[in-house]
Structures are given as structure tokens and as C-alpha cells.
Design a protein. Structure first.
Length: 577
């Protein structure tokens, strides 16, 4: 450990640091089984154990099972450090003895935003007793947003830090904390200042990837993997890896549309490999039906992404990777980095952390996205009241997010048609993964941050808060279009121009397919009214607002209908000069 570095205690529990094994439980209420945050948490733990400069590691645990689990993980790691290392287990029940009387560690790192309970407890010993560190994963739940609000009104210190995995995440954190700080300033008559809304330091550090595990396939490995999945030599294998959820991960419509268009325009055999898992059979059936409906000329294989051989081999069998996330649950995009490390070109949505990963035109292509102002303005209010559950909240946000299907088709067609382009972009992605996302570099960034926190802790300096002006939606959780305004390529509003792109046939198909008719109660479903909007275009969004209003349609319903029409290509946005 470097001089002046803190002794770090990892706030450990299995749910954050261990991948769930065994068959995925099918539920009707939401995702279960293997989760991205668990994959990321276990990868971080392995990397810290392997590449960290520590000699004394501390684990703060809540139960005996967690103590046994981290001990097994620690013992299973290869001993690469020449210096002896020790693991110390501390029960949360002994917290005061461990951190107040004679501190064994001076920094606590959590697999989530820092818990305000520790900040409040720290007041007993003083602000310099220990520093807190945490990391963002999914941030759109009420529980996660409550943790972000606590960064403003709980007694956090300048020596505390929150690691944001992308620029979009940092923007979301600032939107929530800034709005809440402004509300508190107004409510209690405190003058707004130019300082930041929370004393906690925000640091952007991406997730990492094991570049030895995820690497380009050898000729032999590629041949074996393609034979395993029955791929012909001339078939271009387009891969997606992850949870199959049209409301909580990535809606498949733009992928299906792109694959169908590419198969027609390029004239090259194309195969979709969807390696993932679903929450229940109804979701799986919707994905299968969607593939038949929107990509009838493309063979689509649904592979069990929880099966170890499949999960390992699909990377070697694929020619390119596609992930078109449209969901506010996404924050980083670990599978995108895994694809780059595997030497695959990537087509990704220009959404949240994805845009920090893919260099458009160099390592792959970014597909434009859009959210519509007004479409989800009351969603967080209804979520707070409980009149909207979390799953339906995600569905409404997803249905109000458009990933440009034609741009996706253009990008996919280019890569399917050009093997040399796939190779160049795949090589560039591999270099970028090695340079920017390899775990040794990421661990160094964490340790550098922790060293700076230790310096700040020792200084016990005090800084004030700043205020962000303006709010949209509840102060406790701003509306998605404000909270997540940093995610899409653009935010559509009154002056934007929409142009016609669909017809009655396309509309009837979209309305008849459950996959594309979700959250119907939050928008117009009358085909005649929707056709009238198509016929009204080209027009500005404000002019379309007037058309909806004249038909007695509330503003937010009209805007969410516009978002739905953009999402499925019934209208498209005129490019901004």
C-alpha cells in the first residue's frame, strides 16, 4: 500500500458482489436471477483482490453467510502480490468499536451510493473519523433516489465521494441533488449559492473488464463456437448479451427492424443471437413474437445466457455486437465493454453511459435517441404516491424513449456488408478496452481517489453546498425528462419539427402487437387520431400539441403519444441544422 493511503473497509454482502447461480426464477412482477450490478460487483471484487496495492483488507459484513462468502472468494484468488496479505472481517454489530475507539480502517466503500446512516453515525466521533465512498449502478428506483437526496441533507463531508460510472450518471446525480437542494433553500429561506448542492465529491470512474477473459477468439475457438451454435461460414452473427426485458432493459424493436432491413438491403445471410434470460415465459413469448413480426426474414436464436458454456462461447461466435438500450435503469453498459474487449465492433444507442464507451465511427456506431418533453412529467409523482409501481414506471419511461430504427438499420447494414470495416472497428475497440477499461487501470483510479479522500479526511476541511436553479416534477425525484436529460442525443420540445414516416398498415400492426402496444393507457390509441397526426406532419411539436388539444387530449397524453410514434417510426424528427 502506498504511503498515506487509507485502510479500506469493503461494505460487503452477497447480493452486491456474487453472481446468482442456478436456474433463473420466473416471476410476473419483475426481473430476477442474474443482474448486471452483481456481475459488475463480482468483477470489481476479483479485480481489487488481484490488482489492489493493499496489504490489509477489511470487510464490514452483516451476517455470517457474507463472512464465509468473502473469505472463500479471497482464498480462491491467485497470490500475485509478493507481499503478505491479510483479510479482516468486521461485523456491523461491532461498528463503533471498529471505527470509533481505535479505527482499523479509515474509509468505507459501498457497492451503492454512500448510506446516510454511516454519515449520521459519524457525528458521534467527528467528521474526520472515516471517509465514505460508494458507486452508482441503477439509480432510478425510489430507494436509489432517496440515497441521492440524502447526499444533500445528511451530514456528508468533503472527504466523502460518489463514483459515477459515466458522464450521464453524473448529470443525473446533479439533477436530483440540485433540484432537491433548491427546494430546501426555497423552503427554509436560505439564499442560493454558487457552490455545489452536496459536499460529496463526484468522480467519474467507469466499470472495468477482464481483458484476459474477454479477448478476440483464435481461429480454432471461433470455429468451435460457430459450430456449437450451428452458424454457417457465410452467416453474419449479430449478438446481444443481457437480460431480455422490453420494459426494463432494451426494447428489441429497433434491433429487429435493423436486422430485417439489413438482410434485405445487403443480401447477406444474417443471424441474430440473443443470449440472455427473461423474468417469465410471457416476456419470452413477446420477444419471440416480436422477432417473427418485425424480422420475419432473419433467423433469431434465443440462447440461455445464464448457461456458462453459452455465456463464454457467444463472444467467439459473433461477428458484431448490438445493444440498443432505451431504459433509465441502464447506467453504464458492461456488455458493451466486454464486446469491445472481445474484438467485436459495437452498435449501441447514444444513451447514458454507452456514449462514453463507443467512439462513433471508430469502434462502432452510436444510434441517436430521443425523449419527448412532457411525455413523463407526472411519472415520478405517481411513483412516489404508489399509484404507479416500479415496473410500470420503467415501462412508461421506455415507451417514451425512441431509438432511431432507421439509423440502427443503416449502421447494421454497413457492418454486415463490410467485413474489413468490422475487423478495423473490432481491433479499435479492443485497443480502447485495453487502454481505458482494463481492471488494473480502474483499480488504480479507485486507489488514487481513496488516497485523495484520505488527505481530505485528515485535513477535516469544511465546504458549503451549492444550489441548482429550477425544477421539473417533484423535488424528491425530478421527472425522468429532467433527471435523465443527459441520456438521449436530444430532448424534443415545441420548436422541433416532425415529419410523416408511417401509414395505416404499419399503425395497425403496431397496435395489434403487445410488444409495441405497452403502457397504452398513457397515450392515444385511437387509430384515426394517430393517422390524423401523421397527416398533419410535417409540423412543429407545438402545432401537433394544438391538434391534440383541439381533440380534447391532455398535453401529457399528446406528448407521450408523440414519443410512441417516434419510437416506432410513424413519425421521425427533422435533423437539427
Amino acid at each position: 500500500m502506498t504511503a498515506g493511503a487509507p485502510a479500506v473497509a469493503l461494505l460487503y454482502d452477497d447480493d452486491a458482489f456474487q453472481e446468482r447461480s442456478g436456474p433463473i426464477a420466473r416471476t410476473s412482477t419483475g426481473p430476477s436471477g442474474l443482474m448486471g450490478r452483481q456481475v459488475a460487483g463480482r468483477a470489481f471484487l476479483d479485480a481489487y483482490l488481484r490488482h489492489g496495492t493493499w496489504s490489509e483488507m477489511h470487510a464490514l459484513i452483516r451476517d455470517h453467510a457474507s463472512a464465509e462468502s468473502i473469505t472463500r472468494t479471497w482464498r480462491a484468488q491467485p497470490r500475485t502480490s509478493p507481499n503478505p496479505r491479510r483479510l479482516h472481517i468486521h461485523s456491523i454489530n461491532d461498528f463503533h468499536e471498529t471505527f470509533f475507539r481505535s479505527p482499523r480502517a479509515t474509509l468505507i466503500h459501498a457497492p451503492q451510493p454512500p448510506d446516510p446512516a454511516f454519515a449520521w453515525a459519524r457525528q458521534q466521533a467527528g467528521p474526520g473519523a472515516f471517509a465514505l465512498s460508494g458507486v452508482t449502478h441503477t439509480l432510478c428506483s425510489l430507494e436509489a433516489v432517496a440515497l441521492l437526496r440524502s447526499l444533500v441533507d445528511a451530514p456528508f463531508e468533503p472527504c466523502d465521494a460518489l463514483v459515477c460510472t459515466s458522464r450521464a450518471v453524473e448529470a443525473m446525480v446533479r439533477a436530483v441533488t440540485g433540484t432537491y437542494a433548491a427546494f430546501l433553500s426555497e423552503r427554509f429561506g436560505v439564499k442560493e449559492s454558487s457552490r455545489q448542492a452536496t459536499p460529496v465529491r463526484l468522480e467519474i470512474i467507469p466499470l472495468g473488464v477482464d481483458t484476459e477473459r474477454f479477448r478476440p477468439a483464435t481461429v480454432e475457438e471461433r470455429g468451435e463456437a460457430r459450430a456449437l451454435f450451428g452458424l454457417a461460414e457465410d452467416e453474419v452473427a449479430v449478438l446481444f448479451v443481457g437480460r431480455l426485458s422490453h420494459h426494463a432493459k432494451a426494447h428489441p424493436y429497433p434491433l429487429y427492424h435493423a436486422a430485417e432491413q439489413a438482410s434485405v438491403t445487403v443480401g447477406r445471410p444474417l443471424r441474430l443471437l440473443l443470449a440472455g434470460w427473461t423474468a417469465n415465459e410471457a416476456v419470452r413469448a413477446a420477444f419471440v413474437e416480436g422477432a417473427r413480426t418485425f424480422a420475419p426474414n432473419v433467423r433469431t436464436d434465443f440462447l440461455d445466457g445464464t448457461e456458462p458454456v453459452t455465456r463464454r462461447s457467444v463472444w467467439h461466435a459473433a461477428d458484431l455486437f448490438v445493444s440498443l438500450s432505451d431504459n433509465v435503469q441502464e447506467t453504464f453498459g458492461l456488455s458493451v465493454v466486454e464486446a469491445m474487449a472481445s474484438g467485436l465492433p459495437v452498435i449501441a444507442s447514444d444513451w447514458d453511459g454507452y456514449r462514453d464507451l463507443v467512439v462513433d465511427g471508430e469502434t462502432g456506431f452510436l444510434v441517436p435517441t430521443a425523449i419527448v418533453a412532457g411525455a413523463t412529467a407526472d411519472a415520478t409523482a405517481r411513483l412516489l404516491l404508489g399509484s404507479l409501481n416500479y415496473d410500470h414506471f420503467l415501462a412508461e419511461c421506455s415507451q417514451s424513449t425512441a431509438v432511431d430504427p432507421n439509423a440502427a438499420a443503416s449502421a447494421l447494414s454497413r457492418l454486415v456488408a463490410d467485413e474489413s470495416l468490422r475487423r478495423r472497428m473490432g481491433d479499435a475497440g479492443r485497443r480502447r478496452a485495453l487502454e481505458q477499461f482494463a481492471w488494473p487501470r480502474i483499480i488504480r483510479l479507485y486507489e488514487s481517489l481513496w488516497n485523495e479522500q484520505e488527505t481530505e479526511r485528515r485535513a477535516r476541511s469544511v465546504r458549503g453546498n451549492s444550489v441548482a436553479i429550477g425544477r421539473d416534477g417533484p423535488a424528491a425525484y425530478p421527472s425522468p425528462e429532467r433527471s435523465f436529460a443527459g441520456y438521449p442525443s436530444r430532448v424534443v420540445d415545441a420548436t422541433d419539427v416532425v415529419e410523416p414516416a408511417g401509414d395505416l398498415v404499419a399503425l395497425e400492426r403496431l397496435l395489434a402487437t403487445p410488444l409495441t402496444h405497452h403502457a397504452a393507457g398513457r397515450r392515444v390509441s385511437d387509430p384515426q387520431l394517430i393517422l390524423a397526426a401523421i397527416e398533419r406532419a410535417p409540423c412543429t411539436v407545438a402545432e401537433l400539441d394544438q391538434e391534440w388539444a383541439a381533440a380534447g387530449i391532455p398535453f401529457d397524453i399528446g406528448r407521450s403519444t408523440l414519443a410512441w410514434m417516434l419510437k416506432y417510426g410513424l413519425l421521425h424528427l427533422r435533423p437539427v441544422p
